[in-house]
Design a binder for this molecule. Sequence first.
Ligand SMILES: Cc1ncc(COP(=O)(O)O)c(C=O)c1O
Length: 450
Amino acid sequence: MTGRGVATIPEADSRNLDLERAAGAVTARYEAANPASRAHYERAQESLPGGNTRTGMFYTPFPLAIVTAAGATVTDVDGHTYTDFAGDFSAGLYGHSHPAIREAVLATLDGGMAFGSTSPYEARLAALVCARFPSIERVRFTTSGTEANLLALSTARAATGKDAIMVFEGGYHGGTIYFGRGSAPINVPFPFLIAPYNDPDEAQRLIRENAHCLAAVLVEPLQGASGGIPASAGFLEALREACSAHDVLLIFDEVMTSRLARDGRQGQLGIVPDMTTLGKYIGGGFSCGAFGGPAEIMKVYDPARPDAFVHHGTFNNNVFMLNAGAAGLEKVFTPRVQAALNAAGDALRDALNGLAARHGAPFQATGLGSLMNLHLQREPIRSIRDIAPRDPHLRQLLHLDLIDKGFFTTRRGYITLSLAIAEPDRAGLVEAVDDFLTRHGHLLAAAAGE
Ligand SMILES: Cc1ncc(COP(=O)(O)O)c(C=O)c1O
């Protein structure tokens, strides 16, 4: 396979190079091929710290500046077009400008926006969400998944009269609710109790011992940001059991995992949380979050009640989000389409793991269905504790090598499939990874101490 980098700068064949020089070679190709992205990065730093307003978009030496997107592709300011395997970190489920979403957006534009009023559109999307998730009898919308989680947590604290929240190592619930390696410095100042992920006995013990102060347990059924790590059914069942026994609300953050089935990961496993948070694709690609649960819990948001909680939010009922989201759920993301997307994701993950076995490389793809993550190790990963520290040059090498081959992924190896990705796209990615493992596999082995 030949890459798209500048011809005078040779593709790195690290069979003759150490890690630093291999990463240096692929970086030099990247820099030479992307002068306009670099110029954009330098200019952007004059008004944005680090040149961006979304930390996950940054990677060294500078990120590509994407200017247009269509179907399964994104195009950068230097004119390169890539197959988009980032899928906007799972918000881009429908691909770029899906005809049904486009039609809904254009009709919305023609009908006007920012009514400063309720409209039939919010009840339409709400009904679609409630119909899909039996555990959500009533729902409220927000402008982000972060906000949905903040409101779910605050609701649980008010409903139980207790303060503390149990979360898990590696959990990501938004920019201010993040527990990658401990609690992030800009987290909201709730009393968080951080438990190990996928350890049912320890979680049950902590819930039991802290039941007097614990309002809620907040858990991702698959940790997305920390590496596509699925929770075991036993772990989630243990949480359900302990929460029920100790009057603690169980909140499933299905901002990412809701795409795995019509009724989300909770439906796949048959485990019913007390509250659920949603986001990403639910708004058809527009800013969106949602939190919901039983009518009995959610009734505190009925403004006609004298004891109602105020839940304002200028853009909670943004008509673009409501109509694009409804078009997607009604017309596009049917159970059949959902099942096919999962199957495509499973097949891709199997193919990538097959490559790792064939090359004997410390490499694996984790995840479920269309959500996955590439890791540079062979040991199984059940929690962030299992993710082996690796020289960051390795991730840079893989990421920039895939970009060089025309595949837009993420620095941390996170991949989500959109509905626009077709079989040849997936086969192309497998071929690119095969080529990567051929040229650089021994560096992975050396980094793993093999
Ligand atoms: C599981 C999970 N929860 C919450 C969020 C936060 O959503 P948002 O970025 O819309 O605030 C994310 C975003 O990646 C997420 O993956």
